[in-house]
Design a protein around this ligand. Structure first.
Ligand SMILES: Cc1cc2nc3c(=O)[nH]c(=O)nc-3n(C[C@H](O)[C@H](O)[C@H](O)COP(=O)(O)OP(=O)(O)OC[C@H]3O[C@@H](n4cnc5c(N)ncnc54)[C@H](O)[C@@H]3O)c2cc1C
Length: 616
C-alpha cells in the first residue's frame, strides 16, 4: 500500500502534522514495491538515524534507496504529534524489551524503551534537544584517530540537523539561548519552551539565590553545558513533535522507498561469496513480514547495506549474521563468519531516577496525566478552540515536553580522585538534573508534585547485548549492568546531595511538602548522621534507578587497526565489505547528554562519507 492510502485514512490528523504530503512511497507489503527496481543502498531500520541517512543519500537522484523498518508507519499517529503525549507514546509504540535481572538494582528487571515505529525512538522520545559537550566529540576524535569527529568538525552536521524556530505562540526567548551557537536552516525543528508555568520562575530564583555550581548557563548547547539553562526541544513553531519522519522523510523522491512491518533477521554475504574464505561483502538483507509463518525474503543492495537498527537491533542483526564473537556464536547455534568479539559489548546507559517531591501547588501538569477531563481541556487548548485546522495553535502544556530547564554538574574531586575522571573532559559534566513541574509519567491519584530527575551521564558501568539462541526473532539478552561500577552509585548520591541543596533555597520553603518515599525530608537530610544518610541513599538509589533511555555503544567505532571495536571511524564494519552501522550503537562512549542530537550528527556525517565514497 503506498503512502497516499495511509494519508487517506488519517487525513484529519495530517492537517495537524508538519509532514508535507507527497508521493513518498511507504509500502506495507514487499509485493507492492516497484517490480524490478534495484537499490543502491538498503537501510536496515527506519529510525532516527535511518531516515536521516535515507534522506541525504536520496538527495542524489542517481541513488535508489530502500528503507526496511520493523514497526508500522507513524504518519498521522496523533499522540506522536502532540509533544506532551510522549508520556503515553513512550509505552505505546515500543519494542517492549526487558533487561536481565540487575544485581546493581536489587535484582530488579527493567523496562528498556526503544521506539517500534517509523522514526524509531525519535517518534516516541521526550524531545530534549541536547548536543553534549565539546569534550564528548573531541573524545570521539581522539579514540578513533579521526579528527572528523571533533566538536569543531561536526558543527557542519549540527547545522544540517538543526532548524531553530520560534516556540508556539512566539513568547520572548531573549536571554534564554545564545543565537550564535545555533543553526537555522537544518532539517529538525527545534524550539525553546512555549509554555512557562510559575514553577519556572521558582527554578530560576533558586539559581539566583544559590549561584556557584547552580549558576545560570545561557546556553547548555554551546559545548560547555555546566550550570542550569533553558531546554530546547525538537518541537516546531506550532507545538508539534519534530522527528526523523517529519524532518527527513522527504516524500517528493521517486528514488526513496520505505517498507514497514519488515523485520530484518540478518545480513548475508552476496551469494557467490557464502562459501568463500575471502573477505565477505554483506550486501544482502533478509527479512520477514510474517514472523509466525516465518517466510523470509532476501534483497541485495548494489552498493552498501547500512544497518540503523539502534543499540539493540544493530548488534542483534550482526550477531544473527555470524558477525561477532565466534566462540559464543557457535554456542548459540549461529555459524560464525567474521570474528569481531566487541559486537554487543560495551553497552552503556545512564542511570536515571525521576525523584518526585510532593509540592504545595495545584499548578502542576499532574492532572493531565491522570484526569481525562483535564487532559481533554488541555487537548482543546492545543488544538484551538473548535478543533478545526484553521484554529490550530499548539498552545498550552501539550505543546511542550515535561521539562523547561536542564542542569549539569561535575562530581567533586574526592570522587574523581577515587574513581578517575569518567567524564569526556574538564568542561563536561558527570551529572544531569532537570526540574519538572509534576510527576514523571503517571502520578498517584492525589497530590501535586515537582520532580528533580537525576542522571549519571558519565557512567562507569558497562553491559552487553547477546542473542538468545539461533532464532533471529527471539528478543536478545539485554544486560546493561546498571550501577555495577562503584562510581555510578557514588555519583548518584552526589546528584541527590545537589538536589537537596537546590531545594534548600528559600524559594522552596513552603513549596516542597514531602520527599519521595525512601528519602529523608529536606531538614533531616542536612541533620542526619552521615553514615545513616549514605546507607539510606544507597538503598533508595538501588531501588529506584531506571533506564534513561540513552543506551549506546554496542557496535562501537574504534581506530582503524584497533584490536577492539566493531566499526572503523567511517562507520564501516571492520574486516568486511559493503556494510556500515549508523546509530547510537556506534558511539564508543555515551555523550553527557540525551542522545538523539548526537545520533543525528552521526547520521549526517555517515551520509556525507557514503556519498563521498560513491559519487563520481
Ligand atoms: C522513551 C525514550 C525517550 C527518549 N527521550 C530522549 C530525549 O528527550 N532527547 C534525546 O535526545 N534522546 C532521547 N531518547 C534517546 C534517543 O531518542 C535515541 O538515542 C535515538 O533516537 C536512537 O536513535 P537510533 O537511530 O540509534 O535508534 P532508533 O531511533 O530506535 O531506530 C532504530 C530503528 O530500527 C528499527 N529496527 C530495530 N531492529 C530492527 C529489525 N530487526 N528489523 C527492522 N527494523 C528494526 C526500530 O524499529 C527503529 O525504528 C529517548 C529514547 C527513548 C526510547
Amino acid at each position: 500500500m503506498r503512502w497516499f492510502r495511509h494519508a487517506a485514512t488519517t487525513a484529519l490528523w495530517l492537517l495537524f502534522t508538519n509532514f508535507a504530503p507527497s508521493s513518498a512511497a511507504i509500502y506495507d507489503q514487499y509485493s507492492d514495491l516497484p517490480k524490478g527496481k534495484e537499490y543502491d543502498f538498503i537501510i536496515a531500520g527506519g529510525g532516527t538515524a535511518g531516515l536521516a541517512v535515507a534522506n541525504r543519500l536520496s538527495e542524489d537522484s542517481a541513488f535508489n534507496v530502500l528503507v526496511l523498518e520493523a514497526g508500522t508507519s507513524s504518519i498521522g499517529v496523533f499522540n506522536i504529534t502532540v509533544p506532551f503525549f510522549s508520556t503515553r507514546t513512550m509505552l505505546q509504540y515500543d519494542w517492549n524489551l526487558t533487561t536481565t535481572v540487575q544485581p546493581g538494582l536489587g535484582d530488579r528487571q527493567l523496562f528498556f524503551p526503544r521506539g517500534f515505529i517509523l522514526g524509531g525512538s525519535s517518534s516516541i522520545n521526550g524531545m530534549f534537544y541536547t548536543r553534549g559537550s565539546a569534550d564528548d566529540f573531541d573524545r570521539f576524535a581522539a579514540v578513533t584517530g579521526d579528527n572528523g569527529w571533533s566538536w569543531d568538525n561536526v558543527q557542519q552536521y549540527f547545522a544540517l540537523n538543526e532548524k531553530l524556530v520560534s516556540p508556539a505562540g512566539n513568547p520572548s526567548t531573549t536571554g534564554k539561548f545564545n543565537p550564535e551557537v545555533h543553526y537555522y536552516d537544518g532539517a529538525v525543528d527545534v524550539s525553546l519552551p512555549s509554555f512557562s508555568p510559575d514553577f519556572d520562575s521558582k527554578v530560576l530564583d533558586a539559581v539566583d539565590e544559590l549561584g556557584g555550581v547552580y549558576s545560570y548557563n545561557e546556553d547548555v548547547n554551546s559545548g560547555s553545558p555546566l550550570g542550569l539553562g533553558w531546554l530546547p526541544r525538537t518541537i516546531d513553531s506550532e507545538g508539534r513533535r519534530s522527528s526523523s519522519v517529519t524532518a527527513y522523510l522527504d516524500g517528493s523522491r521517486d528514488n526513496l522507498d520505505i517498507l514497514v512491518n519488515a523485520r530484518i533477521s540478518r545480513v548475508i554475504p552476496t551469494s557467490n561469496e557464502v562459501n568463500s574464505t575471502a573477505r565477505h561483502s554483506f550486501r544482502t538483507v533478509e527479512f520477514t513480514q510474517d514472523i509466525a509463518k516465518g517466510t523470509l525474503t532476501q534483497i541485495t543492495a548494489l552498493k552498501e547495506v547500512i544497518i540503523c537498527g539502534g543499540v539493540v537491533g544493530s548488534p542483534q542483526i550482526l550477531l544473527n549474521s555470524g558477525i561477532g564473537n565466534s566462540t559464543t556464536l557457535l554456542a548459540s547455534g549461529v555459524t560464525p563468519l567474521v570474528d569481531l568479539p566487541s559486537v554487543g559489548q560495551n553497552l552503556s546507559d545512564q542511570a536515571f531516577i525521576a525523584n518526585a517531591f510532593l509540592a504545595n501547588t495545584t499548578d502542576s501538569y499532574d492532572d493531565i496525566n491522570r484526569n481525562d477531563t483535564v487532559s481533554a481541556e488541555a487537548l482543546a487548548e492545543w488544538l484551538g478552540k473548535d478543533g478545526k485546522p484553521e484554529d490550530f495553535r499548539g498552545a498550552g502544556q501539550l505543546g511542550d515536553t515535561f521539562a523547561n530547564q536542564i542542569s549539569y554538574y561535575r562530581v567533586g574531586k574526592e570522587l574523581t580522585e577515587k574513581y578517575g575522571d569518567l567524564s569526556a573532559g574538564p568542561t563536561s559534566p558527570h551529572l544531569e538534573i532537570y526540574p519538572g513541574n509534576g510527576y514523571f509519567l503517571t502520578p498517584p491519584p492525589t497530590g501535586y508534585y515537582m520532580s528533580m530527575t537525576t542522571v549519571v551521564v558519565s557512567p562507569g558501568s558497562r553491559g552487553s547485548i547477546t542473542i538468545n539462541g539461533s532464532n533471529p526473532f527471539t528478543p536478545p539478552i539485554i544486560n546493561p549492568g546498571y550501577l555495577t561500577a562503584d562510581f555510578d552509585i557514588a555519583a548518584m548520591k552526589e546528584a541527590l546531595r545537589i538536589v537537596y541543596t537546590f531545594l534548600n533555597a528559600s524559594v522552596w520553603d513552603t513549596y516542597v511538602l514531602e520527599p519521595p518515599a525512601g528519602l529523608p525530608s529536606i531538614s533531616d537530610f542536612f541533620d542526619m548522621d552521615a553514615r545513616d544518610l549514605d546507607a539510606q541513599l544507597e538503598t533508595y538509589i538501588r531501588n529506584s534507578t531506571a533506564s534513561s533511555a540513552h543506551p549506546v555503544g554496542t557496535v562501537a567505532m574504534s581506530a582503524k587497526g584497533a584490536s577492539y571495536g566493531v566499526l572503523d571511524p567511517d562507520l564501516k564494519v571492520k574486516d568486511v565489505d559493503g556494510l556500515r552501522v549508523v546509530d547510537a550503537s556506534a558511539f564508543p562512549f555515551v555523550t553527557c547528554s540525551h542522545t538523539q542530537v548526537p545520533v543525528y550528527v552521526f547520521a549526517e556525517r555517515a551520509a556525507a562519507l557514503i556519498k563521498n565514497s560513491w559519487q563520481g
